[in-house]
Design a protein around this ligand. Structure first.
Ligand code: CP
Ligand code: NVA
Length: 303
């Protein structure tokens, strides 16, 4: 039976633990010569721009011995009206897995329902689960634990915040999200994650309250891809939610700074913070590669 990875909750906490262990092993170079996906073909179908997700998947797939086929919807028949379901049925006959970056999360759900191969969410309007795996790896790498960690997320309750909420719930991380009213994470995802969490998951308005004694402080852009029309309004509403050195000073002295990137420097994060000694942002970007390799191996070889 194929397994999809459309949201972080598609993995149990035990599976996440295993994946983080595997990713750390891959990062350490221990099994550098292993090509577990030799002879496989993996597709990337991306409706939106991407630097990290695209390149880390392409490089990881190559390192694992498989072929990558990158598809822009405008260049395949999907862009001329072929249905998602027909596309999924056909691509399942050629490929061994597919990574999709799209606007509506329903597109992924529809694709997965007609696909006989694993479908991985490379970002949708609701979730960014591959990012959350790398976030967990980075926190564990720097803090040597996940359970009981105090994580602050400052900013928009977007796809990254939704997946982080699911990650916090799964791994017993205490998460405080600070956002302006009306910009909370998806209420259904949030309530579900909170209801089953053994840790505390809360939303506050004051960024200082979220950052207070945090072990890690995370932010993301105020204007996500596809929200460009709301840019000016959002920038005004989020002006007090900037991750700057003053806000970081409320966190623990050894707190790490996280950002999924791309960053809008001077908006949600200041240069001295993203480039400062507490920043783990570029390790976090690197960890996309290791966690995704572990994920692909898990989805394609462990059953
Ligand atoms: N963090 C992330 O997903 O970056 P890209 O949009 O560059 O893939
Ligand atoms: N929230 C951002 C994340 C980019 C990786 C977006 O959706 O554009």
């Amino acid at each position: 039976m194929k397994r999809d990875f459309l949201r972080l909750w598609d993995l149990s906490s035990e599976e996440i633990d295993l994946m983080l262990e595997k990713a750390a092993e891959l990062k350490s170079g221990k099994d550098v010569n292993k090509c577990p996906l030799i002879g496989r073909s993996i597709g990337l179908l991306f409706e939106k721009a991407s630097t990290r997700t695209r390149v880390s998947f392409e490089v990881g797939i190559y390192q694992m011995g498989a072929q990558v086929i990158y598809m822009n919807p405008r260049e395949i028949q999907l862009g001329r009206g072929e249905t998602i379901h027909d596309t999924a049925r056909v691509l399942s006959r050629y490929l061994d897995a597919i990574i999709i970056r799209t606007f509506s999360h329903n597109t992924l759900v529809d694709f997965a329902s007609s696909s006989s191969i694993p479908v991985i969410n490379g970002l949708s309007d609701l979730h960014h689960p591959c990012q959350a795996l790398a976030d967990l790896m980075t926190i564990f790498e720097k803090k040597r634990r996940l359970k009981g960690i105090r994580l602050a997320y400052i900013g928009d309750g977007n796809n990254v915040a939704n997946s982080l909420t699911e990650a916090a719930s799964r791994m017993e991380i205490n998460l405080k999200i600070a956002c302006p009213e009306g910009y909370e994470p998806d209420p259904h995802i949030f309530e579900e994650a909170r209801a089953s969490a053994k840790s505390e998951i809360t939303i506050v308005r004051d960024p200082k309250e979220a950052a207070d004694k945090a072990d890690a402080v995370y932010t993301d852009v105020w204007v996500s891809m596809g929200q460009e029309e709301e840019a000016e309004e959002k920038k005004k509403k989020f002006k007090d939610y900037q991750l700057n050195s003053k806000l970081l000073s409320y966190a623990k002295k050894d707190a790490i700074v996280l950002h999924c990137l791309p960053a809008h420097r001077g908006e949600e994060i200041k240069d001295d913070v993203i480039d400062g000694p507490q920043s783990a942002v570029f390790d976090q970007a690197e960890n996309r590669l290791h966690t995704q390799k572990a994920l692909l191996e898990f989805l394609l070889t462990s059953r």
